[in-house]
Write a protein that binds this ligand. Structure first.
Ligand code: HAM
Length: 411
């Protein structure tokens, strides 16, 4: 038997319906806030990600699915969506003419990570990217959209964590101070963090290992290294979050795993466990220029849909609809069967049947195994009637309902 690849999985049944619901609601909120959909290719030139995400990030160093195509060009399955949207933005010349451009996307991303609960090699993101404005107003409005959305799908009190990690001007000074501090505690750090001191010291701040957390608890705070522009930005950003009544927590150890961020970074957490960042995002003002465009600022985030869905699976506001009806039929001709199904479908009721001839009891057994709650019984007598003959599979009760009242009856 051929099995799925490690870290990859099928999403079906109720989980697929939950995915669909979460996505529909996201589209609604993203569009309410002026974002427009973009569908991106799953594959891009490797260079887009190595230059975009940054060569010192874990993603580029060890997690990309990279291969040569038939013409020996290096291709990579997208590990995230931001770089692709930036490529689209530059390729279409928006950087030269549009003061503000807002996109949203959804779909699978691929990272060769060690699989565990909430971490897959193919996972799904819902993300947005906004280009053109270096404005805390944009940051706050976008975070507000996200919080409204999370609440609408049943995540009560989403915990918004924010930080400001400085810009290309002030971060180098901070990096040096942090490196000096980390070198003086090198022996207490895990092997990954020892390597990070020189190539990506910020990442040491969000290592989950207990010994590293102890070391960084006394490390220099970036807040005291911010330049005037970053400090003002941060103050205005947090004041506006409060004015919009979004509860948040300042977390100086929040740094994010991709190299392109400057100034604002944020995450929303929910549920238990280390892998509980439901989403992550921030400002990436140098990225468009680094990928060949004009120096246009950007801001965005991506939600991990697998994690969101697993959190909602237990509770949340998702309710499976009344489901499909199964039509058990015994007729000489199939024409009246199709006509009856058509009437029900026109009333917005999903129906299905077995397209062969078998006994009623066999069909009912099948409906029971498939978990249908109600079955439509259709014999020669029912064909003559306008009413639908319904059987409740749990109680065995039978009743007659007119087609367009069925929805209400099943709710
Ligand atoms: P990221 O933090 O790498 O950011 O991913 C965003 C979210 O995707 C995470 O918070 C997590 O919920 C989910 N995620 C990441 N890796 C996995 C995985 N292996 N399995 C399951 N879920 C995962 C980005 O990707 C940025 N592009 C976000 C962004 C957009 N920043 C600005 N614009």
């Amino acid at each position: 038997m051929i099995q799925t690849l490690r870290g990859m999985r099928d999403i079906a049944g109720r989980e697929a319906r939950l995915f669909q619901w979460v996505e529909e609601k996201a589209r609604y909120y993203f569009e309410l806030y002026g974002y427009e959909e973009i569908k991106l290719p799953l594959m891009e030139r490797t260079e887009l990600f190595s230059r975009g995400i940054g060569s010192s990030s874990d993603i580029v160093q060890k997690e990309m699915y990279t291969f040569d195509d038939r013409k020996r060009r290096s291709i990579t399955l997208r590990p995230e969506g931001t770089a692709g949207v930036v490529r689209h933005y530059i390729e279409n010349g928006y950087d030269k003419r549009d003061p503000l451009k807002k996109f949203y996307y959804s779909g699978p991303m691929f990272r060769y990570e060690r699989p565990q609960k909430g971490r897959y090699r193919q996972f799904y993101q819902l993300g947005v990217e906004a280009f053109g404005m270096e404005s805390h107003l944009l940051d706050v409005d976008t975070i507000a959209m996200l919080v409204d959305y999370f609440k609408a799908i049943g995540i009560q009190d989403p915990l918004v964590k924010v930080n400001n990690i400085g810009c290309h001007k002030c971060r180098p000074d901070y990096n040096r101070a942090l490196q000096d501090y980390l070198h003086s505690h090198e022996g207490e750090l895990c092997s990954d963090c020892r390597k990070r001191i020189d190539n990506n010291p910020l990442r040491v701040l969000d290592c989950k290992k207990e010994s590293c957390r102890t070391v960084v608890s006394d490390s220099p705070d970036i807040a005291s290294f911010l330049c005037d522009s970053c400090r003002d930005y941060d103050e205005e950003f947090r004041a506006l979050l409060s004015a919009r009544e979004i509860p948040f927590e300042k977390d100086r150890f929040l740094v994010r795993g991709l190299d392109y961020y400057v100034k604002t970074v944020f995450e929303i957490h929910g549920g238990e466990g280390a892998q509980n960042a439901l989403m992550g995002g921030g400002r990436y003002d140098g990225l468009v220029e680094a990928l060949g465009g004009k120096p246009v600022p950007g801001f965005g985030f991506a939600i991990g849909v697998d994690r969101l869905v697993s959190l909602l699976a237990g509770d949340g506001l998702f309710r499976d609809g009344p489901g499909k009806l199964f039509v058990a039929w015994r007729l000489e001709e199939a024409g009246p069967l199709l006509k009856k199904c058509n009437i029900l479908r026109k009333c917005g009721i999903a129906v299905d049947f077995l397209p062969d001839k078998r006994s009623f009891s066999n069909q009912l057994k099948y409906a029971h195994r498939q978990g249908y709650r109600y079955v439509v019984l259709l014999g020669e007598e029912e064909v003559m009637s306008e009413q639908i003959h319904l059987k409740n599979m749990e109680t065995g009760d039978e009743t007659y309902v007119s087609p367009c009242d069925i929805k209400e009856y099943l709710a």
